[in-house]
Write a protein of this length. Structure first.
Length: 281
């Protein structure tokens, strides 16, 4: 992938992530800004970009498969009665301006464009913060405002008839290894126990790294988590889990996720302690 602009995130002077502002991608991948690579403080990469199994998985970002029928996720669209189908319905997120741009993060404005024109305008804020010698936190907040002048709604494959596929919103495509990562929350273990349910935080523990995803606002905590480990490792939020999310003209949808990026395999107590530090930092 090529692109003519990027931002390098740093923690205590150390690079931990690159934000691709204007990635050059085919339309069917729903081009959008994204973070990749993201690394631990020791330099282990914990994201993937356009992997062979899902070319439209672009590191870390915000992706929605259905905004009033337009695909801002990339790849095929789930159509009830037909299954995943190639459609000419892809949108693109276009970076328009940075309102803040510093070594530890940025605030930017994006336009979500599709065939009818601009549907949503987004304000995205990303900040990197040191936690310990072996962990740092990535804070990602987004606000999506309906600027189309007409009612919009956000859907997912689940709301379109595919059970268990309520992805759409924040999404992190994690590093794929020979062994599936472990998944746990403060109360439970395993993908089946976590996927599709709410939790204050969800941890994904790989061979020598751990990611802990924390819902950082009351509204964000009401969104169930989307978790995959068998086919690929990924964690996201579900803006439209069991029903479409209406976004009336001029209204705004806001969410905030804080992710602990740690070297080593954290246990439940260590993950909880770092989340508490990260969310209040």
């Amino acid at each position: 992938m090529t692109g003519n602009d990027s931002v390098v995130l740093r923690v205590a002077g150390r690079p931990v992530g690159r934000y691709l502002t204007r990635p050059e991608l085919p339309a069917r991948l729903s081009p959008r800004p994204c973070l990749h690579p993201v690394t631990t403080l020791a330099g282990t990469a914990v994201t993937e970009l356009s992997p062979a199994d899902h070319a439209h998985h672009l590191g870390v970002g915000v992706a929605v498969p259905d905004v009033e029928g337009f695909n801002f996720w990339g790849g095929r669209t789930y159509v009830q009665g037909r299954g995943p189908t190639e459609l000419d319905n892809h949108g693109a997120q276009r970076h328009t301006a940075y309102h803040r741009r510093e070594p530890d993060g940025f605030t930017e404005e994006l336009r979500w464009m599709a065939a009818p024109g601009e549907l949503l305008r987004e304000r995205r804020t990303v900040t990197a913060t040191a936690l310990t010698d072996g962990a740092w936190a990535l804070d990602l907040a987004f606000a999506l405002t309906n600027v189309s002048g007409r009612p919009l709604s956000v859907g997912s494959p689940a709301t379109n008839g595919r059970p268990g596929a309520a992805y759409g919103g924040f999404f992190w495509r994690a590093r794929k290894e020979d062994t599936e990562p472990d998944v746990f929350t403060a109360e439970t273990d395993g993908t089946d126990a976590v996927h599709g349910r709410t939790a204050d935080w969800v941890a994904l523990a790989g061979s020598a790294w751990t990611l802990v995803f924390a819902a950082a606002t009351d509204r964000t905590r009401r969104d169930p988590w989307f978790v995959r480990t068998e086919e690929y490792p990924g964690v996201g939020s579900s803006l439209a889990h069991d029903a479409r999310l209406p976004v009336p003209p001029g209204e705004t949808v806001e969410r905030r996720i804080v992710i602990v990026v740690a070297d080593g395999r954290l246990d439940r107590q260590e993950a909880a302690a770092l989340v508490a530090k990260a969310v209040t930092a």
